[in-house]
Each structure stands twice: as C-alpha cells, then as structure tokens.
Ligand binder design. Structure first.
Ligand SMILES: [Zn+2]
Length: 273
C-alpha cells in the first residue's frame, strides 16, 4: 500500500490560486475500484494511457499494487532532490513540472496528464525527483505505484518496461519541443498554446486561472500576460473575469497558437507509435 495523500495535502504551495473550482466531467474510462471483479463484469479500465496500453493480464496483476488517490489542487507532489517514494500515473487532470530559476522564480518545463506519469527518471535508476510537480487542474486523480514495485516491473523487462521506455522517448521529444518553443515562438503564441492545453486537460472551455499564475508558467511578467489576454478579449477569442478564463473561439485561438500545440497533441494521440 502506498502511503500518500495526507503528506501531499500538507505541502501546500504558496501561489495565488483562483477560488473557483469547476465541476469536471467524468472521464470516459472508468477508474478501477479496489474490489474483486465478478466474472460477468468487464475487466477494470484505467484512464491512464500508459497503463491502458498494457496487456490485460499484466494490468490485472499490477492492479493490487496501484492505489487510486485524489490530488489536491495547487499542491506540490514532489520537489527536486526529494527521495522518490512512488510513481504517479495521472488518471484525470494534470500537473505542471516546474523548475526554479534563481531559487525563487518557477517556470513550467512540462505538462503531465493522463498520457504520462511523474518521476520518469526512475526508469533509468533515478531515486530522487528532478523537478517540482504542481497539481494545476482541480479534481486531478492518479493511480500510484511504489518505487519498489516500479523498479521490480522494469527489471522484468516485459510489456510494462517496454511502454515506459517508449514513454521516456516521447517525453524527451516533448521537452525538446518545449525548449525550441521557448526560444523561437512568441509569448502570445505560447500563451494561446498553454490555454488550449489547459482546456484539453479539463475538458471544458471555462476554467479557473489567474493571470499571475499564467505569467509564472510562461516565465514572463504579469503585465505581458495582461496585455496578451486583453488582445484576445478584444478580439472575442477569450473572456476573462473574476479569475475565470473562458475560451469563446477555440478555432481562432488555435490559429494564434504555435505549432507545438498540434505537434504535442498528435504525438500523444498516436502514442505509443
Ligand atoms: Zn511553440
């Protein structure tokens, strides 16, 4: 049994967070329930795409080692140099992987959702977290596996190890895309891309978000985000009031986003191929 939950709730990050919590739609795939399946019922289904790609017998074997947990909104799940105790496979919502610059400013370096997991460096023997993971979607959930079980499964060299190896490869590709994006694409393009990804994670065009947080994730000044948001608002693309973003025209917003939005979405849509 993985010991999580209460300790995570105690590590509240000191960031400005919106008060509004949207009600989220249920995921299309059902989360597993910790009880024996009846013969007549279909096998448990996981919303995490890594686990969902496993052969059924492998997933059923792992099921007793997976604990489904809610993830508290705006809480840190891990910090750099902390010992890795477990691997989170996201089943709803998402987390930002952030890196602190100058010991204070955070900037988002990756966005992990149901297509992935946290602490992927454990795959290559890592035992300490290398980034801060911040839960940035209300109602996020994960299936959690202890590091010991994860290491044992990797050592088996079966389908689980194969899917995790493929995920690491795609994850590195995504990081390279992010580096190129930060260097070559405008803040407005990156802002539009970020808003679209957020929309996709939540599954709604309306979501809580402060301009302060958005600026932090993009690594720019708040005034820059305010100016961009005002431009989007004047063009009728988004509405923003009371810490709530509403995407009014996703098609135009996507036209203003960089190519990274489509590329990254497509890469994970076709995963593991
Ligand atoms: Zn880009």
């Amino acid at each position: 049994m993985v010991q999580l939950g209460e300790r995570q709730a105690e590590t509240c990050v000191r960031l400005s967070a919106p008060d509004q919590i949207v009600s989220l739609p249920q995921p299309s795939a059902r989360l597993h329930r910790r009880r024996d399946a009846q013969p007549a019922k279909p096998p448990p289904i996981t919303a995490n795409r890594l686990l969902a790609h496993l052969p059924e017998d492998v997933y059923l074997r792992l099921l007793s080692s997976l604990e489904t947990v809610p993830l508290s909104y705006m809480h840190r799940l891990q910090q750099p140099d902390e010992p890795i105790e477990s691997i989170h496979f996201l089943t709803r919502g998402g987390c930002s992987l952030t890196h602190a610059v100058g010991g204070q400013r955070l900037v988002e370096i990756a966005d992990i959702g149901v297509e992935g997991c946290l602490n992927i460096n454990a795959l290559v023997g890592g035992t300490r977290s290398i980034a801060t993971a911040l839960v940035h979607i209300p109602g996020s959930t994960a299936q959690v596996m202890s590091l010991t079980t994860f290491q044992q499964e990797i050592a088996r060299g079966g389908p689980f190890a194969a899917i995790m190896n493929r995920y690491l490869e795609v994850y590195l590709e995504t990081l390279m895309q992010t580096i190129a994006c930060s260097a070559l694409h405008s803040v407005q393009q990156r802002c539009a891309t970020w808003l679209l990804r957020r929309r996709d994670r939540i599954g709604q065009n309306q979501f809580p978000l402060t301009q302060e947080y958005l600026a932090l994730m993009l690594g720019v000044r708040r005034a820059t985000v305010t100016e961009i948001a005002r431009g989007f608002q004047n063009a009728g693309v988004v509405d923003y009031r009371h810490r709530l973003f509403v995407i009014l025209d996703a098609e135009i917003l996507q036209a203003r986003a960089c190519e990274c939005y489509v590329r990254t979405s497509e890469r994970f849509r076709t995963f593991p191929h």
